[in-house]
Write a protein of this length. Structure first.
Length: 427
RNA sequence: GCGAGCGUAGCCAAGUGGUUAAGGCAGUGGUUUGUGGUACCGCCAUUCGUGGGUUCGAGUCCCAUCGUUCGCCCCA
């Protein structure tokens, strides 16, 4: 019988990897909570038109990467390829602006893009995203970027680069686009085929090309910085200044272009050298036009998202796994003893201990072997002899010292036991 | 979507057309039927991702397919 496998580009996250996921989720949620960001959970699928309108029909994400299907009533549904559009839809639908002030939101969850899988890129992947909606203050850009940097630092990740750019407002961008087309058109035949295509589709992308000849030509291309209007330029300069004030290292990268249409002004990307070609760990920027585009009133906003799989790849490279060890490994044999052990184990758990109960009923020697492998701090031993007089033995695995208590006494001295376990943990 | 590499047990693998598919780790049973980490012994792939083909003979060659990795595209 053929084995059914997980779908291409999807992965099971197995118990061994869960500690990494929990670490990322815990640290991110703590740091965001301290800055008064609140979690929001939106549906995993939406009307297709939300993404077409929000992300932009011409983008790769919408053009060739969406999981789109018709439901039983022939409505076009799409599995979300990113989180911002859904959050903004919810913001408008539930009039979150009426709560006054800015909305500080974050989310985590699965996203779907139909792409060729490789290291750090899957068809179902997970993001943690942050959205700050309702202000265009340069400080808000920096608040979010600083939080992103904080999260990465708290995770202990090293050798990360922060790249920064401004793509201006709509007008700046169309001026710049025109300038680029004018610059590159005379060289058209010297460009790599992809870039020739980009000339009409997305000229900003030519700057990002990895082709040597194209790179050479792009060297002297006009820079976006020179096409920013007065306000755009001022915003960008303030963001840079504030980052510097916060001692957040960053590099201006005029070639940095975000792939989704809704970005305006500040764009940023945090990359690692320790991943393959999918090196971006966090990306984001300002999206002042999106709320309006989706039918709300003109509302500025800023956001970013982390690729959780990529964060976890980095954490794993740094080998920060830790096995969960039980406080007690419970060894028991004999009908009466096994029944008592089940009850005692539960009582100990209710007192806050982690207890792994050996259910095998096999020879004591075998159970001890497993106790050893579990790396428990102590072994609880309950055999037929102990069961008759309601006793229990506690054997400290490290010192090999064994003590005998009545079962009721064991529960009374839980503070002492806890203390001894903590001492063992120090070693 | 395009180009290239890879696919032998849970994991790491040897094997490059010739009888029964090395080895190691992990697992499991025992030496030790009430006391662990070491040691020793036993077990653990009727089959080499899957399907077809070439051949007297295929894990080994060919084709297809699936998966995976790397690069491009793109992105988190």
């Amino acid at each position: 019988m053929a084995i059914i496998q997980a779908i291409r580009g999807t992965k099971d996250i197995l118990p061994q990897e869960i500690p990494y996921w929990q670490q990322v989720e815990t640290i991110a949620s703590q740091i965001l909570a301290r800055a008064m960001y609140q979690e929001i959970r939106c549906p995993i699928f939406e009307q297709t038109s939300l993404f077409e309108r929000g992300i932009g029909e011409a983008t790769d994400v919408v053009g060739k990467e969406m999981y789109t299907f018709c439901d039983r009533k022939d409505r076009s549904i799409t599995l979300r390829p990113e989180g911002t559009a859904g959050v903004v839809r919810a913001y408008i639908e539930h009039s979150l602006y009426s709560l006054g002030g800015v909305q500080r939101l974050w989310y985590k969850g699965a996203m779907f893009r139909y792409e060729r899988p490789q290291e750090g890129r899957q068809r179902q992947f997970h993001q943690i995203g942050v959205e700050l909606i309702g202000t265009d203050a340069p400080r808000s850009d920096v608040e979010v970027i600083a939080l992103a940097v904080d999260i990465l630092q708290a995770l202990g990740l090293k050798s990360l680069r922060l790249d920064l750019n401004s793509v201006g407002n709509k007008e700046d961008r169309s001026n710049y686009r025109e300038a680029l087309v004018n610059y590159f058109t005379p060289y058209k035949l010297d460009l790599d085929p992809d870039s020739q295509d980009r000339l009409t589709r997305n000229p900003l992308r030519i700057l990002d090309s990895k082709d040597a000849k194209t790179k050479e030509i792009a060297k002297n291309a006009p820079s976006i910085i020179n096409y920013l209007g007065v306000n755009s330029r001022k915003h960008f300069e303030q963001v840079q200044q504030l980052l510097t004030d916060l001692k957040i290292e960053h590099k201006i990268n005029p070639c940095l272009v975000r792939g989704l249409d809704y970005y305006t002004h500040t764009a940023f990307e945090i990359q690692s050298d320790d991943l393959g070609s999918q090196s971006t760990v966090c990306g984001g920027g300002r999206y002042d036009g999106l709320v309006r585009e989706l039918g709300g009133t003109e509302t500025p906003a800023f956001g970013c998202a982390f690729g959780m799989e990529r964060l976890i790849l980095l954490l794993q490279q740094q080998g920060k796994a830790q096995k969960t060890k039980p406080d007690f490994y419970f060894v028991s044999k004999g009908e009466k003893a096994e029944a008592q052990a089940l009850i005692l184990a539960q009582k100990l758990r209710n007192l806050g201990f982690t207890v792994e109960l050996d259910l095998s009923g096999s020879a004591f020697g075998k159970q001890f072997k497993r106790a050893d492998r579990s790396e428990a701090y102590a072994c609880l031993i309950l055999g037929e002899e102990e069961a008759l007089i309601n006793n229990i033995n506690v054997k400290w695995m490290l010192s090999k010292k064994q003590e005998t208590f009545s079962q009721s006494k064991l529960l009374e001295i839980s503070d002492q036991l806890r203390q001894q376990i903590n001492e063992s943990k120090q070693n």
